[in-house]
Ligand binder design. Structure first.
Ligand SMILES: CC(C)(COP(=O)(O)OP(=O)(O)OC[C@H]1O[C@@H](n2cnc3c(N)ncnc32)[C@H](O)[C@@H]1OP(=O)(O)O)[C@@H](O)C(=O)NCCC(=O)NCCS
Length: 196
């Protein structure tokens, strides 16, 4: 049982044992782990200077693994992960973004009904579907605008920008701006200007 608490926390929770925090990382509240149930050796890893702010929820299933690269900043995203979600160095994820590597529910309505029928008898009372998951990979220096949604299996290339309220259904090339639903390339960016 974890005993790691945060002195500034408003929520009386703890950081799970298999969450690895660099000493310079920041977790605004342990409420971010309220839906967390990863049993992987490392379920979430925060790199140097990485931060998660209020509203970020790690809805991570038993086999899920999430990593935040150095100085990555997640400002209130819902991270739904049953396989792998990798957030690159210096990536910036804005408010209400949804990153989902699984849909959690089957497409077949009968199977969906069965799932819903079981929820009242579970503790905690949650969806626990076993549908396929496909990793999401977010490159370094990516910026994802507020309310955007990234669907299973998507890779977002280094330096790309995702416009607010976009739905990203397929891979995003490096150094492009994508926007809309479904997200399409609206502009290409200069790839040369990053100081390392
Ligand atoms: C992605 C973004 C940064 C692009 O800004 P920009 O370079 O000024 O883009 P433009 O206004 O030149 O738009 C280029 C085209 O994409 C479209 N577009 C831009 N953002 C869009 C969006 N979020 N959804 C749909 N279309 C969008 C524009 O309508 C325009 O289309 P057109 O060429 O047919 O006229 C900006 O639109 C955005 O979404 N910002 C939100 C940032 C954010 O979430 N900040 C929160 C703090 S971290």
């Amino acid at each position: 049982m974890s005993t790691r608490t945060l002195s500034w926390d408003w929520y009386p929770g703890t950081i799970p044992e298999n969450v690895v925090l660099d000493e310079t990382a920041y977790v605004e509240t342990t409420f971010s782990f309220h839906l967390y149930r990863s049993e992987a050796p490392v379920g979430v890893e925060y790199g140097r200077g990485a931060s998660t702010y209020l509203g970020t929820m790690f809805d991570v299933g038993p086999r899920g693994q999430v990593s935040l690269g150095k100085f990555a900043l997640v400002h209130g995203a819902r991270i739904i992960c049953d396989a792998q979600i990798e957030i690159g160095d210096y990536a910036l994820i804005s408010w209400n973004v949804v990153l989902m590597d699984t849909y959690r529910l089957p497409f077949d309505p009968t199977q969906r009904r069965r799932e819903l029928e079981q929820i009242p008898f579970r503790s905690p009372r949650r969806i626990d579907g076993t549908v396929p998951a496909q990793p999401i990979l977010i490159g370094s220096n990516v910026w994802i605008g507020f309310d955007a949604c990234v669907l299973p299996g998507v890779t977002i290339g280094e330096g790309a920008i995702v416009g607010a309220r976009s739905v990203v259904t397929q891979d995003v090339p490096p150094y492009t701006i994508v926007a809309g639903n479904p997200a399409r390339v609206v502009r290409r960016l200069d790839a040369g200007g990053i100081e390392k």
